[in-house]
Design a protein around this ligand. Structure first.
Ligand SMILES: [Zn+2]
Length: 89
């Protein structure tokens, strides 16, 4: 008498495409696009339920929150260039 449970036989390969893999692949590709951009990004708004803006240079996409914080970072960076920190004597 066998002690193994009565399981269905394993099928080789994947019977259907995993949608999670598609999301991971898309996000990895998007991250690589954004990281490889010469910058600064030139974000333009787009009609997408998740990614509100896309860079016209690299094609990377960001959410509304990411776009907001990127613009604040650019603003602060330009402010630092125009008004450098005082030097100590
Ligand atoms: Zn870009």
């Amino acid at each position: 008498m066998s002690t193994e449970p009565n399981l269905p036989p394993k099928k080789l390969g994947r019977p259907f495409k995993n949608p999670v893999d598609d999301v991971v692949t898309q996000r990895t590709r998007n991250s690589r696009l954004l990281s490889s951009c010469q910058g600064p990004h030139d974000f333009v708004s787009q009609h997408d339920p998740w990614y509100s803006h896309a860079c016209s240079k690299c094609g990377g996409m960001v959410t509304k929150q990411q776009y907001h914080w990127y613009q604040i970072g650019i603003h602060h960076g330009l402010h630092a260039i125009n008004y450098p920190a005082p030097t100590t004597k």
